[in-house]
Design a protein around this ligand. Structure first.
Ligand code: TNX
Length: 527
């Protein structure tokens, strides 16, 4: 272990004395041999060293955190909550009065470590203590996920008087390969409730995903309340694919989702797709429409027929209001403005439109993201292009110096069927079985694009064919777990044979979360 400052704050020091004196009175336990390197951790950490003994997590274990560093006590509370869920143990957090136990988990702010990114963490597990060192609460939070993944399912009831969950000892040093690791949910084609999205966030966080992009508007429905334009949700929110009732998030609900994501160290990226994919907005306010046709409600799944009128000033006033209200509710740095498949917008109008919207997004202090079609417009150098299908666009974007998010349809589209028999999904980009989803490298996928050009990786889940959580989970899992590893682990730490073994052992977690994942036959699921 490198030199660290474990002990921050007098309270922590006092409590450790209390623990040490208790420790002396306890009989040594003969722990069975363990091997931290063979634990089913996903994503695979950068470095794992096993020391072959165990930390006995039991009712006498206490959690302490740095108390002055922002967010650390909350990370401690989060760990306590999840340990309770996993084991029923009710562990005190930063409570030295209750400190009668023998084992401690420290979540420690370690500023002096040469962590390369705020998301890095180190984990040191001995028989007596587990220490997470991190320079930010986010790093500590990812360290907590690693701990959760190595707590065994069952306790060992023969070693001591109390039930003990034996955590293998050793060290983990870990940092993400990409700082942007995301998933997207299309809540427009079919609406998904706040509680559905929260469940998705829970699972993403467990696998260290840090971005959730919400596709909030499309031809079939507008899903976010905009106070200055109320008909967007009153009229535009009342439909979805197949004729269902639709729905939308009030601003309060959206803020609640953003806060829930933040508690899980996940940034929400809101997307308002334009100038195409705008039938629902134009249905609410017909002056926006630029395709020359009468606007009617749309519940089909074809794309490319709608457009805003890009040459009308009032359209930009409308967009200014929408971006302002959304920016005010979104603490994250990004606003996604869509830009895909605007097949009925003339090229020069499209580029004019994107450049104007780019300026509006900057005006509200945000960084714009658009689908790869936006790269030909005159945009800010900090604007980001999301590659989904057109490699030339991605290259042109990179040549301009724009960062690229990789979401290649053929590899990373969660809405593609696994195989011909898949119950849900589309197949325009091909079939994507679990191994195809995993076996590619973001670093080298696009010729001419290097790691420096890449912001990160995102796997989108479009919802034309799914309308409830069970169907969502069928398409998202297990593939999303593989994308989490592709985003976090370096190329030398990724390997299908190792991954498929570790994936097979995710069943206790997925089952306990009641996730209806697709039980691919390519995985030897552990029951
Ligand atoms: C293409 S990907 C779209 C979406 C569809 C998706 C279905 C992208 C930027 N546009 O509008 O939902 O295919 O797979």
């Amino acid at each position: 272990m490198k030199k660290t400052t474990f002990l921050s704050g007098l309270g922590l020091i006092v409590s450790i004395f209390a623990f040490t004196s208790c420790l002396e009175q306890e009989k040594p336990i003969n722990f069975p041999k363990t091997d931290l390197t063979t634990e089913a951790m996903i994503p695979m950490p950068s470095e794992v060293i096993a020391t072959n003994s165990a930390f006995g997590l039991d009712e006498n274990t206490h959690i302490f955190t740095s108390t002055t560093a922002t967010g650390f006590p909350e990370v401690g509370e989060f760990l306590a909550e999840k340990i309770k869920w996993q084991t029923t143990l009710n562990l005190p957090v930063n409570n030295s009065e209750k400190a009668t136990g023998s084992r401690v988990i420290y979540i420690n702010h370690a500023d002096d470590l040469a962590f390369t990114t705020p998301e890095a963490y180190q984990l040191n597990i001995t028989q007596d203590s587990i220490t997470i060192n991190a320079k930010s609460a986010q790093g500590a939070f990812w360290g907590v996920q690693t701990i959760r993944q190595i707590i065994p399912q069952t306790s060992n009831d023969t070693l001591a008087k109390t039930k003990m969950w034996l955590i293998p000892t050793g060290q983990v040093s870990d940092a993400p390969n990409f700082g942007f690791r995301g998933s997207m949910l299309d809540v427009s084609r079919h609406f998904f409730s706040v509680s559905d999205v929260k469940k998705y966030i829970d699972i993403l966080a467990y696998y260290k995903v840090n971005i959730l992009h919400l596709h909030l508007s499309d031809d079939q429905g507008w899903r976010i309340e905009i106070k200055s334009w109320p008909k967007l949700t009153e009229v535009g929110g009342r439909s979805e694919v197949g004729g269902g009732e639709g729905g939308f998030y009030t601003q309060e609900e959206y803020k609640d989702l953003v806060a829930y994501a933040a508690k899980h160290h996940i940034t929400i990226i809101p997307e308002i797709d334009m100038p195409g994919h705008t039938n629902a907005a134009s249905l609410a306010y017909p002056f926006l429409n630029g395709n020359g046709k009468k606007v009617k409600p749309y519940t089909g799944i074809d794309v490319g027929f709608s457009t805003f009128d890009t040459r009308k000033e009032s359209v930009y006033d409308f967009i200014d209001d929408v971006i302002r209200e959304i920016s005010e509710m979104t603490p994250g740095p990004y606003i996604h403005i869509g830009g895909d498949e605007s097949h009925v917008t003339k090229k020069k109008d499209f580029n004019y439109f994107i450049a104007r919207v780019d300026k509006i997004v900057s005006k509200y202090g945000k960084q714009m993201i658009g689908w790869d079609e936006i790269v030909h417009a005159d945009v800010n150098p900090s604007t980001i292009a999301q590659f989904w299908s057109n490699e030339k666009n991605a290259l042109a974007g990179a040549e301009k110096g724009l960062k690229i998010i990789l979401s290649p349809g053929k590899k990373a589209y969660l809405d593609m069927k696994y195989d011909e028999d898949s119950k849900f999904g589309l197949k325009w980009a091909g079939l994507i079985p679990v191994d195809t989803a995993y076996n590619w490298s973001p670093e080298t996928y696009l010729e001419g694009i290097t790691k420096e050009n890449i912001l990160g990786l995102e796997a989108p889940l479009w919802s034309e064919t799914i309308s409830n959580m069970e169907e969502l989970e069928y398409l998202a899992f297990p593939r999303m777990i593989g994308y989490a590893e592709l985003g976090w682990s370096t190329e030398e730490n990724r390997n299908w044979d190792s991954y498929k073994e570790r994936l097979a052992k995710q069943t206790p977690y997925l089952d306990k979360m009641n996730v209806k994942y697709y039980p691919s036959e390519r995985i030897d699921w552990k029951k």
